[in-house]
Design a protein around this ligand. Structure first.
Ligand code: SF4
Length: 85
């Protein structure tokens, strides 16, 4: 299964994504649902800025089935609900 992680644009300017990547690698938090899944591939790790529709289309074209929104988006982005949709 191929997944992607979207993070907050402003946060991406100073965050290396360590927390997201660690959670992914250790299958913790939102990624615990993938425990035991051997074929899991993180295909994209990017921020929501720029042409987000284009990014999403590229992800889908490349087989991404699920896009995870980072904790920093959930806690700090006023458009979190819109992004979820
Ligand atoms: S949730 Fe946001 S702040 Fe935390 S590691 Fe991921 S991108 Fe960085």
């Amino acid at each position: 299964m191929k997944i992607a992680i979207l993070v907050r644009e402003e946060t991406a300017l100073k965050c290396t994504g360590r927390g997201c990547l660690k959670a992914f690698q250790q299958r913790k938090d939102a990624f615990s649902r993938y425990k035991g899944e051997d074929e899991l591939e993180l295909l994209a790790f990017t921020h929501v800025g720029g042409d987000l529709d284009h990014k999403i289309k590229k992800m889908m074209k490349n087989g991404v089935e699920t896009v995870h929104l980072s904790t920093c988006i959930r806690s700090k982005s006023p458009d979190y609900e819109e992004l979820m949709n």
